[in-house]
Design a protein around this ligand. Structure first.
Ligand code: SAH
Length: 231
């Protein structure tokens, strides 16, 4: 993905290399496609995680506090924790308790120390109201498509701060980037369209395989044939 310019920020590349998707997806973890994680949920495709981290990177500085709404497998929350460093925190919120437990178990296999020292935490809650207990956040990632831009989430953004949020319905989604400046002024920009069909997935799959082959030899070994499930 770095070679294809889908990743250009060194800290994003480092985080995605440091967090092994093999611990977060039972099925084809190194394919650039969403995969089921049970409970009618999916882990997002790597190119979507990369796009989110690239957009939020200026607000994932060492010491920052990040909120991941709809944390699912926990993969992106742990990437955020990786980027904010030992003085920062990443908070994951998910409304399915079994997935909160799954995210904790996945993180335990990958970065148990993050849970021990509270660099990452996962909570069962309705993400539409954010997670006021730990607000404000330097950045907020929303993994679930929202029908609208919820005020509570905007309120919980720090000034300055940034939110990456898909807004839409089953007919299609658009990603919006909401910026709050240091004086509290809020602006909203449409960043990219997301097709629910596989168009984008197939477009980027080839780039992701190249990235795996060149940068992560253990992944290449596990997934020699990307059509096989990678347990
Ligand atoms: N980013 C995660 C999951 C993406 S799928 C990953 O890549 O693993 C979106 C997730 O949002 C699902 O796990 C779903 O259960 C969760 N979700 C949907 N609506 C929610 C809500 N209102 N509050 C909290 N989580 C929600």
């Amino acid at each position: 993905m770095a070679q294809a310019n889908l990743i250009s920020t060194p800290s994003v590349k480092a985080a995605m290399l440091a967090v092994d998707r093999g611990h977060y997806s039972r099925f084809k973890p190194y394919e650039d496609a969403p995969q089921t994680i049970g409970h009618n949920s999916t882990i997002s495709a790597p190119h979507m995680h990369a796009a989110a981290l690239e957009s939020l990177a200026p607000f994932l500085f060492p010491g920052a506090k990040a909120l991941d709404v709809g944390s699912g497998s926990g993969y992106l929350t742990v990437c955020m924790a990786e980027m904010v460093g030992t003085q920062g925190r990443a908070v994951g919120v998910e409304h399915i308790p079994e997935l909160v437990e799954l995210a904790k178990q996945n993180t335990k296999k990958d970065h148990p120390e993050f849970l021990q020292n509270d660099r990452v935490s996962f909570h069962t809650a309705d993400g539409r109201v954010g997670f006021p207990q730990d607000a404000p956040y330097d950045c907020i990632h929303v993994g679930a498509a929202a029908s609208e831009l919820h005020d509570k989430l905007v309120e919980q953004l720090n000034a300055p701060g940034r939110m990456f949020i898909p807004v839409g319905d089953e007919n299609g989604q658009a990603i919006f980037v909401v910026d709050k400046d240091k004086d509290g002024n809020v602006t909203k920009k449409r960043a990219m369209d997301v097709w629910l069909a596989g168009t984008m997935v197939s477009q980027y799959a080839i780039f992701f395989r190249t990235y795996i082959t060149n940068n992560h030899s253990r992944h290449t070994q596990i997934c020699k044939d990307s059509r096989n499930d990678c347990f």
